[in-house]
Design a protein around this ligand. Structure first.
Ligand code: FES
Length: 111
């Protein structure tokens, strides 16, 4: 697993989401109870961007159909979502937020 810096710590605010690309994939950053969390940005229901959703405490509501996820665990908590979103490990070092991801292996290339 590799960690990459995606934001400054103070950019991640309670009640708001921050969209970033990590390893080419969109993720959403949130602050819940002072802690920074990172989940996949794409809703597991129909591919809306969760960073455009409403954040209330530890819950993000998808902007498309109102499905809800628990941010720290990625678990679905309100229909129509039934599948969890991936949660990515986060480290905060020297004022930078770093997100862990698995880099694509060379086996994934089709050349
Ligand atoms: S796309 Fe998110 S609830 Fe439908």
């Amino acid at each position: 697993m590799e960690f990459t810096a995606v934001a400054r710590d103070e950019e991640v605010q309670e009640g708001h989401a921050l969209r970033r690309l990590v390893g080419g994939e969109p993720v959403a950053l949130f602050r819940v109870g002072g802690q920074v969390y990172c989940i996949d940005d794409t809703c597991t229901h129909a591919y809306a961007s969760l960073s455009e959703g409403k954040v209330n405490g530890r819950i993000v509501t998808c902007p498309l159909h109102g499905g809800q996820f628990d941010i720290p665990t990625g678990r679905p908590v309100h229909l129509p979502v039934v599948e969890a979103v991936a949660v990515h490990p986060v480290r905060v070092e020297a004022g930078q937020v770093l997100v862990g991801y698995e880099p694509a292996s060379e086996d994934d290339d089709y050349e």
